[in-house]
Design a protein around this ligand. Structure first.
Ligand code: CA
Length: 506
């Protein structure tokens, strides 16, 4: 008897019991440094910390292109931007293969809720309800197949509520896969009222590099437009600075205003992680449900004098990654280099499904089980394209090893190299002084890191396409959604009832 026939004889519910449910909670721009399990000095995240205590907290988790839309395309495809066709804020082609299609075909009930920002309708999901483009914090519209719905309230709480409602109304005879994607804490930070009240008068310690003068990194940092000093606008700050403040005092004031709103938005995300975890425990689903938390890109909390993401320095490159559930060892902190290309293969592997050749990442399941494979990657390759973009951030690629980092700004033909063991804040570019660059030790390291980039570009099939902005695919990640009139105001339950995909089962 062939295995496929054998499977068809097992009742669906018996099969469901064998395979774990998976909930992937994603947030937008949530810095690892703003999670207490990661040692935050500025806030506490008790609910995200529950995942660390009861499961795995990855200590070297990176993104391959630190920006929203490309990261989401990588999440779905397990591929770098140059292969999945989304190097910048362009539209994802929904006819491409994605992880949800595999899970759905493999017997999972699949759902996508919240921020999508890929410009095309979601495919591969039994039910989806997503924000148009960036979405709004207050009284947001949501898209379901063919319609736009308006829901009253704060987006973070609504997204959490939609998640619980989706779980309540799912078919009980199938394992499920739910992507629950928060808009928060994306700029221009508008917290819910309860957390705004909690954070409005707080003050936070400043990072060591808030007043970075960029003197050893002249290639791209001085011209960037994501600085706290110059680039936060009146919509970010929402208040006029006190009269007479200037220079460093004004930067300090802006930093505090920024952090108050940003961290209040993070707290809303944490509250809603708690809402989902509590529901899973109360309903008994926790026993067979894996919950994974991550963010779409790194983020600067004043380090290098910056907010935003993009640059390959540590705060931009690192993302939180935590997971708890059946089969995952409690309290482990895997230190292997993992990246967002690994998420799609991980979902499939956890579901007992094969990982297609097209995916470039590797399943994290062995690491979640407490194993440490000898042949795990020791370096990570990064490539950012969006130049000048919204923040005049020069395009670059690079490699991070366990001890060093090499960054290359190709339009400027400029390299930066850092020793992360001696200089974790990346303040000293070892190539800026000719004398140091020519020293045998530094020159040898530079040669080795350049060779490693070449090796990684070959391994990941990056031949430099999209390096020239004229080759970027057309179509915006923000549309086309404006042509649908929103419904009258809906409740979360009414909205979920509209979310079923009548599509082709793709
Ligand atoms: Ca983002």
């Amino acid at each position: 008897m062939k295995p496929i026939l054998f499977l068809s004889l097992i009742s669906a519910s018996a099969f469901a019991a064998e395979r774990p449910n998976i909930i992937f909670i994603f947030s937008d721009d949530h810095a690892e440094q703003a999670i207490s399990a990661y040692g935050s000095k500025v806030n506490k995240t008790p609910h995200i910390d529950r995942l660390a205590t009861g499961g795995a907290r990855f200590t070297n988790s990176f993104v391959t292109n630190s920006i929203c839309t490309p990261s989401r395309a990588t999440l779905l495809t397990g591929q770098y931007s140059h292969l999945n066709g989304v190097p910048v804020f362009n539209r994802f082609d929904g006819s491409r293969d994605n992880v949800a299609k595999h899970l759905r075909a493999g017997g999972y009930h699949t759902g996508m809720i919240g921020k999508w920002h890929l410009g095309s309708d979601p495919t591969g999901f039994d039910r989806w309800i997503v924000l148009p483009g960036q979405g709004k914090y207050w009284n947001p519209d949501f898209l379901v197949p063919g319609k736009k719905l308006k829901i009253k309230g704060h987006c973070t709480d609504i997204t959490g509520d939609l998640g619980v409602e989706w779980l309540e109304t799912r078919p009980a005879d199938k394992p499920f896969f739910l992507m629950l994607h928060q808009k928060a804490p994306h700029r221009k930070w508008q917290p819910d009222e309860r957390n705004m009240a909690l954070f409005k008068d707080k003050t936070f310690p400043e990072p060591e590099t808030l007043f970075d003068d960029y003197s050893t990194r002249p290639a791209a940092l001085p011209e960037n437009k994501q600085t706290i000093a110059r680039d936060l606008d009146k919509w970010d700050l929402k208040e006029t600075p006190p009269e007479g403040l200037e220079g460093r005092e004004l930067i300090k004031w802006k930093y505090q205003r920024y952090m108050q709103d940003y961290l209040a938005c993070v707290q809303g995300v944490d509250d809603n992680v708690g809402k989902v975890l509590d529901y899973l425990e109360k309903s008994g689903l926790a026993e067979n449900t894996i919950v994974i938390y991550s963010a779409d890109n790194g983020w600067y909390l004043g380090e290098f004098g910056l907010y935003d993401k993009r640059f390959m320095y540590e705060p931009g490159l690192r993302v939180p990654l935590l997971a708890k559930g059946p089969g995952i060892k409690a309290g482990i902190t895997p230190a292997e280099f993992v990246a967002n290309i690994d998420l799609a293969p991980t979902f499939l592997d956890l579901a007992g499904l094969p990982v297609p050749e097209s995916m470039q990442g590797r399943s994290l399941a062995p690491l979640l089980h407490g194993e440490s494979p000898d042949d795990w990657r020791k370096t990570v390759y990064y490539r950012y394209y969006h130049t000048p973009g919204h923040h005049n951030t020069a395009a670059h690629y690079g490699v991070r090893t366990q001890t060093h980092k090499l960054i290359y700004y190709w339009d400027k033909d400029a390299y930066e190299m850092f020793d992360l063991t001696k200089d974790p804040m990346e303040q000293h570019n070892m190539l800026v002084s000719e004398e140091e660059a020519k020293s045998p030790e530094v020159a040898k390291l530079f040669t080795e890191l350049k060779a490693e980039i070449v090796r990684l570009q070959k391994e990941f099939k990056d031949d430099g396409q999209y390096a020239d902005p004229s080759t970027w695919p057309k179509g915006s990640a923000d549309g086309p959604f404006g042509d649908k009139e929103p419904s009258g105001e809906m409740t979360v339950s009414e909205a979920i009832a509209e979310s079923e995909d009548p599509g082709d089962g793709a």
